[in-house]
Design a protein around this ligand. Structure first.
Ligand code: GDP
Length: 517
């Protein structure tokens, strides 16, 4: 790997009116440049003499007129941090000039640094140097970026864990296991007199199964990882007037969606971003679903259907003060196979819909029964007499929350009673979302999560390579076939942490298996 090792500089803080702005310099000339530009109170240079990991008070001077006696020559009063190589972020000499925040001052200091011989850094170049100089690996470098861009607490935790090296350590330990097998095979092939491969295929098969399951565990976390990073795409569905906008407002804690008692007010879709217990939700409030002749409303309904198809989570708002009808049937058909939380809203009013009514209707839709809903659902015509035990289809349905069999898929469905009017149910909703996506363990959830597509792809590659080893074992192929695919798995995992198969592999083989020869 090659890279330029010239001295780079950039403003490390946001360009806005703020207390402090930091101009960072990294490279061989970092200290020299800062020494040239900065003076002590008595007008002396001091940066070149500064010890590593110290911060000192000084003045950035106009480089053409560095005489401190004339106040016009002083550009800013600063604090200067010095980190000498290799104990710095980039492993190079690093100087950070803490000047006064504010676009003009910070830019002026940057200009002086550039004028004194540094080059403007590219985006991410300091971190790139940290990687190329071997201070952090690739996964850790990627975590730095993710950490900066994290939009919620969970994403931040996942990035911190990756930056701490949790993922890298896991990947390294998997690679070590693979390397051991490669080394063993190579040594046995080199030295068949002393190293026997009898019974080895069975052992290797067991090892592959273990490795595949470990890789799979990481891959399984990628779906949650994606949602943690990008947010859970959440769609609010329900009939007009069910209280969708009111609930969205309750969740947002502010009046955002327009709430009226005229059915069909939310004609298109509103998108909002919400943080619930550190989980980021991208919430889409849709038009109410009902059979309508209004063209604009029809388009809104169609859009809602599309949003529902792509959603990670559906919040289905049911107005429990009016009986279920064909429109609910329509909505239930839209949520098939989706993680859904039923919000049984308007719990403050007289209740005409129970959990069991919904389950019955769900079952009805699931069975694809085409009979007229009115004949089958006694709640519609006589809602107050609704009683789950009287409803034929109810008994066969498990009412256990979160494990309802819906269709061929085991869909996660749960029901929560809410009242947007009284502001009730939000707490339960938050807990339910945690439970559905993160097994109710968000706060302690420091398990590794794959949040990066590249990592996911490389894990897929590694898994496929390991599956090929298993296939070769099944087909009784010669040992060197196993090595080839093991090498591929080793390389794929290696590229996650930025290592390539090369000298390390060769060294490993001979250091571990030479056995004194
Ligand atoms: P949307 O069409 O589904 O978005 O429904 P809205 O949020 O606009 O609400 C329709 C009407 O129901 C409004 O008059 C709300 O004030 C009212 N509403 C919403 N939630 C509740 C609730 O929990 N209880 C009661 N009593 N009224 C509610």
């Amino acid at each position: 790997m090659t890279f330029q090792n010239d001295t780079i500089t950039a403003i490390a803080t946001a360009l806005s009116d703020s207390g402090i702005g930091i101009v960072r310099i990294s490279g061989d000339k970092a200290i020299e440049i800062a020494d040239f530009l900065i003076r002590s109170k008595s007008g002396k240079r001091f940066v070149a003499l500064a010890k590593s990991h110290t911060i000192q008070y000084g003045f950035v001077m106009d480089s053409d007129h560095p005489e401190i006696e004339n106040p016009e020559n002083v550009l800013d009063e600063v604090m200067v941090s010095v980190f000498r190589a290799p104990k710095s972020y980039t492993k190079e000499d690093v100087v950070e000039i803490n000047c006064h925040g504010g676009v003009l001052v910070t830019k002026k200091v940057l200009e002086l640094v550039l004028h004194a011989g540094a080059r403007l850094a590219e985006p991410g170049e300091f971190t790139k140097r940290a990687f190329l100089n071997g201070r952090i690996d690739l996964a850790e470098a990627e975590a730095v970026m993710d950490l900066i861009h994290s939009k919620n607490e969970m994403a931040m935790k996942a990035s911190t864990s990756q930056l701490r090296g949790d993922l890298s350590n896991k990947i390294r330990s998997l690679r070590e296991e693979i390397l051991y097998e490669i080394a063993f095979i190579e040594s046995a092939l080199d030295d068949p007199e002393h190293i026997s491969l009898d019974g080895y295929p069975e052992r290797l098969n067991g090892k592959c199964e273990h490795l595949i399951s470990e890789v799979q565990r990481l891959l399984d976390s990628a779906e949650n990882g994606r949602m943690v990073k990008e947010g859970i795409s959440t769609v609010i569905l329900g009939k007009p007037n069910a209280g969708k906008s009111s609930l969205l407002n309750m969740i947002l804690g502010q009046e955002r969606a327009i709430v009226t008692d005229v059915a069909g007010t939310t004609r298109d879709a509103l998108e909002e971003y919400v943080n619930l217990r550190g989980i980021h939700l991208n919430m889409i409030d849709t038009a109410g679903i009902r059979d309508t002749d209004d063209l604009v409303e029809k388009i809104g309904v169609e859009k809602a259907r599309k949003y529902a198809m792509d959603a990670d989570l559906i919040l289905y708002v049911v107005d429990t003060s009016v009986a279920l009808d064909d429109n609910d049937k329509e909505i239930l058909s839209m949520i098939h196979g989706k993680k859904t939380i039923f919000l049984l809203n308007k719990s403050d009013l007289e209740q005409k819909v129970s959990e069991n009514d919904i389950l019955s209707l769900l079952h009805f839709v699931e069975d694809g029964d085409q009979k007229d809903l009115k004949e089958n659902n006694p709640t519609e015509n006589n809602p107050t007499e609704n009683n789950s035990t009287e409803n034929n289809s109810t008994e066969s349905i498990s009412t256990e929350k979160n494990s309802l069999k819906y269709g061929e898929m085991e869909s996660d469905i749960s029901m929560i009673s809410t009242s947007a009017a009284l502001g009730e149910g939000l707490d339960l909703l938050e807990k339910e979302i945690e439970k559905l996506f993160f097994h109710g363990d968000v706060k302690q959830n420091d398990q590794m999560m794959i949040t990066n597509l590249r990592h996911k792809q490389e894990l897929e590659n590694a898994k496929n390579a390991l599956l090929l080893v298993k296939k070769s074992l099944e087909d009784g192929m010669p040992e060197d076939f196993y090595s080839i695919d093991l090498m591929q798995a080793y390389a794929s995992l290696g590229s996650i942490v930025g290592e390539e198969v090369g000298d390390d592999l060769v060294e490993e083989i001979f250091s571990k298996f030479c056995m004194g020869k």
